[in-house]
Write a protein that binds this ligand. Structure first.
Ligand code: FES
Length: 151
């Protein structure tokens, strides 16, 4: 049995018999793997004898769940109000264009993933992005391209 199955069985056993446990289990799976791997969802669906489509139906309803493995560098573009009125859409477009991925996706080499998020809590620096734990603010086209080049 592989490591993923071992870890998954640990999670499933923990919630055995608990009512309304689907969300809790999905959250634990995501906490463990940083996203919801397809293999884990397949095993989960077999374990609870529920069609995989139903599991996906629940998971896709909630924006907290991710279906792509996060990149080595996780880029979060703030689309909160302050950032939105300060060109967050343009910021997202530039990053999507540079990396050739859309929000919610990961580059093929696994280096970058891109997400759009709500307020990152530093609105005075709008527009803001985070790359892993590092914040970059007051971005314009030129500054953003320079930041991306660093990676
Ligand atoms: S709205 Fe972007 S940091 Fe607050």
């Amino acid at each position: 049995m592989n490591k993923m199955n071992d870890e998954l069985n640990g999670i499933l056993d923990k919630y055995k018999g608990v009512k309304g446990n689907t969300i809790l289990i999905l959250q634990e799976i995501q906490n463990k793997f940083q996203y919801l791997p397809e293999d884990a969802l397949k095993s989960f669906s077999e374990y609870v004898n529920t069609p995989l489509s139903e599991i996906y139906g629940v998971a896709t309803f909630y924006s907290q769940f991710k279906f792509n493995k996060p990149g080595e560098y996780q880029i979060k573009v703030c689309h909160g109000t302050a950032c939105h009125i300060n060109n967050a859409v343009r910021i997202s477009e530039i990053i999507e264009d540079q990396l050739n991925i859309k929000a919610g996706e990961t580059t093929e080499d696994g280096k970058f993933s891109l997400d759009e998020v709500a307020c990152l809590g530093c609105c005075s620096l709008a527009p803001v992005i985070m790359i892993n734990d590092k914040v970059y603010g007051n971005l314009d086209d030129k500054k953003l391209r320079k930041v991306l080049k660093e990676y």
